[in-house]
Design a protein around this ligand. Structure first.
Ligand SMILES: CC(C)(COP(=O)(O)OP(=O)(O)OC[C@H]1O[C@@H](n2cnc3c(N)ncnc32)[C@H](O)[C@@H]1OP(=O)(O)O)[C@@H](O)C(=O)NCCC(=O)NCCS
Length: 144
C-alpha cells in the first residue's frame, strides 16, 4: 500500500474540493461552493492518497500564536473506518508541532466526537450549530 499525505497539486484540487463537498455538504443539502471558504487561501491543505487515489482531506489553520485548528476533515464515504481519518489527523498534528504549535483545537460534528476522543482529544463545550441544525463541540488536544 503506497500511502502519501501532501498538498494537492494542479488538477488534483477539483477532486479535493469535490470530496469535501460530497462528504461534508451534500448530506446537509447545501449547494456546491459551500464547501469552500475564505480560509482556504491561508490554510494548509492535507490530502491522503492511497495508491494514487484520494481517500481523505483536512485543512490546518492558525488559531493563535500557540494553537492550530483543524477543519474540513473528511474521509471518502465508502472508505471510512479503515484508518484514513486517524492517519490524516496525525499528519496535521505532526505539522502543527513542527511549526511550533502546542495545542490543537477543532469543532467536531456530534457524530464525530467519539472519533476524536479515540485520538485523545478532550471535550470542552458545545459550540455552534452548522446551518442551524448540526451541533458541533469544541475539542482540544495538547501537542506537548
Ligand atoms: C469521522 C471520520 C473523519 C473518521 O475517519 P475514519 O477514517 O472513518 O476513522 P478511522 O478508521 O481512522 O478510525 C480511527 C479510530 O476512531 C474510531 N472511530 C472512527 N469513527 C468513529 C465514530 N464515528 N465513533 C466512534 N469511533 C469512531 C475507529 O474505531 C478507530 O478506532 P481504533 O483506532 O481504536 O480502531 C470519517 O468517518 C468521516 O469523514 N465522517 C464523515 C464526515 C465527518 O464527520 N467529518 C468530521 C467533521 S468534524
Amino acid at each position: 500500500m503506497a500511502l502519501e499525505i501532501r498538498t494537492p497539486q494542479d488538477q488534483e484540487w477539483d477532486a479535493y474540493y469535490d470530496l469535501r463537498y460530497r462528504v461534508l455538504r451534500e448530506p446537509l443539502d447545501q449547494a456546491r461552493g459551500s464547501e469552500r471558504n475564505d480560509g482556504d487561501s491561508a490554510g494548509i491543505h492535507f490530502a491522503l492518497y492511497d495508491n494514487g487515489t484520494l481517500k481523505a482531506v483536512a485543512r490546518l489553520d492558525c488559531h493563535d500564536d500557540t494553537t492550530a485548528q483543524v477543519r474540513f476533515v473528511a474521509v471518502e464515504s465508502s472508505e471510512q473506518g479503515k484508518g484514513y481519518g486517524r492517519l490524516i489527523m496525525e499528519a496535521t498534528e505532526q505539522h502543527a508541532v513542527k511549526q511550533g504549535n502546542t495545542k490543537m483545537i477543532l469543532h467536531a460534528r456530534d457524530y464525530a466526537v467519539d472519533f476524536y476522543l479515540t485520538l485523545d482529544y478532550t471535550m470542552i463545550e458545545p459550540s455552534h450549530k452548522l446551518f442551524g441544525v448540526l451541533q458541533h463541540f469544541l475539542m482540544e488536544k495538547s501537542l506537548v
